[in-house]
Design a binder for this molecule. Structure first.
Ligand code: HAM
Length: 444
């Protein structure tokens, strides 16, 4: 097939039949984060390449192998964002947001680009929902951040995700760990891939998340970081556990989690799904207390996470989670003749002003074809306006499911009142729900 009708490998279209699910998930995530005080931030798709080298880290897979980097027409090195934390921190620094009340809490929905080998749940363009909390070093902040992710999963009806936590210590205690890792991997030097041999002296922890099978096998028996962290880091980690327990959030300590990006300090965590294939990590995050300083700001402890929306949707399908139905067509106003078409058009606009999805003929179909179309739209009501109806000022409106009909005035307000009354059952269901909850709270 011609290349122009094939999307590049590792990219995915979201078609109209699916986009409602995306909107639902994104809005839910933003809303839940809002309950914890996070407000949305938007930042550019591309940044200066140096930003990612500095923050994500020169020796990471992301920077070494996966970035979409190019020179723009002005000769600058530009990179499509491989993740959202670096751009968010750049935006915070550039716009002086560190002068605001701390902690600063931001959320985002964003596309990311990584040149990886595509497979189920792993794309070259993918999407993340993420949050970043800037300005608190306390373990309570770690726990609250994790709670945002957990609450999002719960509110979407996702079950079966495991929260795994670990601490990778601070730069001081990690030096000892680096020495232990170097000693271990040096004794297996011949088995390491070319990239990891180079990493050995510079950043041995990166060998632990190398995707090469031989390196991954070696990583299984490598020393674990929890055995090397200092007392302060241990206390922080214990504090996190206590807060998670207080919030009723179940976790497992997984001492092998190190995360694939260099900026992390102390807490790291992942929510992992079994059953969506090898790419089971739906959400990953952690503390990055040194990043803002590394980018030129005042030392500012921070923590955040990002969840992959493609993976999240895979898990939701697998769990059989329910999605709200798309808003169906309320009424199809068919017509015969120009005067009737103009009236149908007028009524449609009025109905839309009231929030109803209304359609009329914009193709010039025969009446029979218009009725077929109304059927395809699954319209709740339909009617056909003609000269006779215009003259009488009334039209027979049909309820498509039962076939019942009713004569309705063509006077716009009366027509709208009829539609309101007909959809009242749906509206009341919702209202009952809210009133029901209020009554419950009041103990009525
Ligand atoms: P990350 O672990 O690299 O962390 O990515 C977060 C999530 O994005 C992963 O758990 C996964 O669900 C999804 N993801 C990553 N790569 C792909 C891919 N190629 N295809 C589909 N989904 C993918 C970060 O990006 C950090 N910025 C998270 C963070 C925020 N840490 C602190 N704040």
């Amino acid at each position: 097939m011609a290349i122009i009708t094939n999307a590049p490998r590792g990219t995915q279209d979201v078609l109209p039949a699916q986009s409602g699910k995306w909107q639902y998930v994104e809005q839910k995530a933003l809303d839940v984060a809002g309950l914890f005080g996070f407000r949305e931030i938007r930042f550019p798709t591309f940044e200066h390449t140096e930003l990612f080298h500095r923050s994500v880290g020169d020796t990471t897979d992301v920077v070494q192998k996966e970035m979409y980097t190019f020179q723009d027409k002005g000769g600058r090195s530009i990179t499509l964002r491989p993740e959202g934390t670096a751009g968010t921190m750049r935006a915070i620094l550039q716009n002086g947001l560190l002068n605001d009340v701390m902690p600063l809490k931001v959320s985002y929905v964003t596309s990311c680009f990584r040149y990886e080998k595509p497979q189920a749940g792993r794309l070259r363009e993918f999407h993340q929902f993420g949050v970043e909390m800037v300005g608190s070093a306390a373990p309570a902040a770690d726990a609250q951040t994790i709670a945002v992710a957990k609450t999002i999963f719960d509110s979407l009806g996702i079950t079966g995700l495991e929260l795994e936590i670990n601490s990778i210590g601070c730069p001081e205690c990690r030096a000892n760990y680096h020495e232990a890792l170097k000693a271990y991997f040096r004794s297996h030097y011949e088995e390491l891939c070319e990239t990891c041999r180079e990493r050995l002296d510079k950043n041995p922890m990166r060998i632990l998340d190398c995707k090469n099978p031989a390196c991954a096998e070696l990583a299984k028996d490598a020393p674990v970081v929890l055995d090397y962290i200092c007392d302060d880091c241990k206390t922080h980690f214990e504090g996190l556990k206590k807060h998670l327990e207080a919030m009723g959030i179940a976790y497992q300590v997984n001492p092998t989690i190190v995360r694939g990006l260099d900026y992390y300090t102390r807490t790291v965590f992942e929510f992992v799904a079994t059953g969506i294939g090898a790419q089971g990590t739906v959400c990953g995050g952690g503390r990055y207390d040194g990043l803002i300083e590394l980018l030129g700001g005042q030392p500012t402890p921070s923590i955040g996470f990002a969840m992959g929306l493609e993976r999240l949707l895979l898990v939701m399908e697998q769990c059989g989670c329910e999605f709200p139905p798309d808003q169906g067509c309320t009424i199809y106003l068919g017509s015969m003749g120009e005067a009737a078409a103009l009236k149908a058009s007028e009524l449609c606009m009025r109905l839309r002003d009231e929030g109803f999805y209304a359609e009329c003929d914009i193709v010039g179909r025969s009446v029979k074809a218009q009725m077929k179309y109304a059927d395809k739209l699954h319209a709740k009501y339909s009617c056909i306006l003609g000269d006779n109806e215009l003259e009488a000022g009334k039209v027979r409106v049909k309820r498509m499911d039962s076939g019942e009909t009713e004569e309705v005035s063509l006077e716009a307000d009366a027509f709208i009142r009829f539609i309101y009354a007909g959809t009242l059952d749906e509206l009341t269901d919702e209202t009952d729900g809210i009133l029901g909850s209020i009554s419950k709270i009041k103990g009525e």
